[in-house]
Design a binder for this molecule. Structure first.
Ligand SMILES: [Zn+2]
Length: 178
């Protein structure tokens, strides 16, 4: 999944994750809730039924549909729409991923493109892998993985500590080089 991401890029992500934790008075081994980071980044999170001017029909459809996780609806001001039908760990991962798009200054995907073939091509593109990588770093920084390894924490314990899914923990364990 991250084979094409450069060492330089990975280090940059580690640095971004550490900088935000520092700014919030947190060590790399401490959990950072997506809502806390979003607030620090002045990003607003909405579930569909909270969006002003969204029709009840669309809002209800989105609230009940589990085929999506989250989407950036505005870069300025920073606004993320998320699916409330996610596990707490899924929510954390989704929001960190979308915040990563902001932090990496990715170009907005125009909403009109959501329904076109172009969107599906772009969805698997480099920016998605980059956001996935940084999102993982934000949830569980490199220092957090090293700390957990040192303390011989189980995958379940790491997941519970960081509010992450076990899948995310496994991915970070595979990704972080020692
Ligand atoms: Zn994305």
């Amino acid at each position: 999944m991250t084979a094409e991401l450069s060492v330089h890029f990975r280090r940059r992500c580690d640095a971004i994750a550490t900088r935000w934790r520092n700014q919030l008075g947190l060590a790399n081994f401490e959990p950072l809730a997506a809502r806390q980071l979003a607030a620090a980044m002045t990003a607003t999170l909405y579930r569909p039924k909270e969006v002003p001017n969204l029709s009840a029909e669309i809002s209800t459809f989105m609230e009940c549909n589990d085929k999506w996780h989250g989407v950036i609806v505005s870069f300025e001001p920073r606004t993320i729409l998320y699916n409330p039908q996610q596990s707490p760990a899924g929510f954390e991962s989704t929001i960190m991923h979308e915040l990563a798009h902001f932090l990496l200054h990715h170009p907005p995907i125009k909403l009109y493109a959501l329904t076109t073939e172009r969107y599906y091509r772009e969805y698997d593109d480099l920016i998605e892998r980059e956001a996935a990588f940084l999102g993982g770093c934000l949830q569980i920084p490199r220092g957090g993985i090293l700390w957990a390894k040192q303390g011989e924490l189980s995958k379940e314990a790491i997941a519970a500590h960081f509010g992450a899914s076990e899948r995310m923990v496994q991915w970070r364990l595979n990704t972080v080089k020692f």
